[in-house]
Design a protein around this ligand. Sequence first.
Ligand SMILES: [Zn+2]
Ligand SMILES: [Zn+2]
Length: 588
Amino acid sequence: MNIEHIRHSLAHLLAAAVLKKYPKAKLGIGPTIENGFYYDFEVPHGFSPDDLKEFEAEMRHQIKEGLKMEGEKITPAKAKIFFKNQPFKLELIKDFIKEKKDLSIYSLISSINSSLKTINYFSDLCRGGHVDNTNEINPEAFKLTHTAGAYWKGDEKQPQLQRIYGVAFSDKDELNNYLKMREEALKRDHKKLGPELDLFIFSPLVGPGLPLWTPRGTLMRDLLDSFVFELRNERGYVRVDIPHITKKELYEKSGHWDKFKDELFKVKSREGHEFAMKPMNCPHHIQIYARKQWSYRELPQRYASTTKVYRDEQSGEIGGLSRVRAITQDDAHVFCRKSQISEEMSKIWDMIEIFYKTFGFELSVRLSLRNPKEPKKYLGTPAHWDESEETLRKLAKSRKVDAPEALGEAAFYGPKIDFIAKDSIGRKWQVATIQLDMNQPERFDLTCISEDGKPERIVMIHAAIMGSIERFMAVLIEHTAGIFPLWLAPVQAQVLAISDKQINYATKVLNELLSAGIRAELTQSNITLGKRIREAQIQKIPYVLVVGDKEIQTNSVAVRNHKRGDEGTMPIKECIKKLQEEIAKKEM
Ligand SMILES: [Zn+2]
Ligand SMILES: [Zn+2]
């Protein structure tokens, strides 16, 4: 059974159920999405949880009725009459006519006594992809999960509709597994955990999509960035630095002015020159490469900057750290000869593997290629594209990985290898990418002098490891549920004295930890020990070191690990050594 057809059909059943209870509801659209479907409705009030239960019951009833789903093509005139009370459908019909698309309606039909009498339950404007009969749907394997406000056509100037979300699978077990995973995901939501762990905040005065990083959050970002740079250092990358605004002309030449049109934040100087906040770093690194004529002997040149880019995302699209307006990229570009592509890409691939495996992510890859049917969407010639795509295929093959090809997923300037990380609760996130670019070097006329003394066209490789630090932090918080590995935890150890009597000794322990380079804190003891331990638990601090009279006598600490619990009493020196080893190994 085609699960997409089931999900799509359920959206219609939902609309029919809503209309049964609220006959005046106006229907928006009802597409399928990952794991399910939604449908938008204009109603004078929101839907309650009881409403959702009623709709579900009605949908199960429709499934058991064994309604047939049948479609027919209709003329625009007929469609307009049919949907005369459905203003949003009328708008869609107008759009379809403008785009010269066929119009068809699909109906849910119950036939009593096969041919004698038919009852038309519900009809919808639709292009098909359904079950033939609702009895093909498993009534136990779907659920309406939640509602949310959504603007018609995603435009905040348009009416606000109520969106009902549903999930559907082929059997009950799959549904239950998904619901369990979702519940776990809500507990781990970075939007909730981030502020709780004091990592970042949003300020209404600064604006949506512009996170502010606290001392703890900033420390983590720096540690992550240093880790990436350690990997890069070993592979010949050097840091460069670039400004955040740039003249319009640079982006006209790079093609970004056209490509990012609506997403560019534009700035005008007092002299009337047009600038833009940079949406990308590539053209800047290109200018640094182009500062001199290179010999083939000096290639590759590998430039890295951890820097922000700015995109004017629409308010409706912004949420937590996953989609922001100021994005920090750990960006790098390799300028090299064609003959060096495989080796350079392979080095980037190595870094990505080391980086993500350190956190226990399972990685898979996808080759994102162009859609040959839409040549206008891409810069450069088909010959360039064929060549670059073939290079990527060969590389994936040489690394012996399964690399499915996704047509139409390439960047406008070249094909990519996309890396997908599976997190601890089974969700998949697109993370790093390696992009081969034969177009920008052409546009900016980038060359090196080859063995025969003539200029040779070079290529560039875009190579971010985290991609966006904000997004990576979001994924990492949810992957670890905020229990970070020791090397990354903002506070690694909390020293607790049982009572004031031991405060001098506790301070001595704290100082020894600090001078050994361990991020430690000492909480004053005017709160009960139990409360302080609980607070450290909530803050997910990896180690709590408790000291009492017994520990003073033996110059030791009682060690408690956040995940593993009590680990016994040990001399301070031994405890420090244990923590340092765990940090050095970047243990998960
Ligand atoms: Zn349909
Ligand atoms: Zn780039």
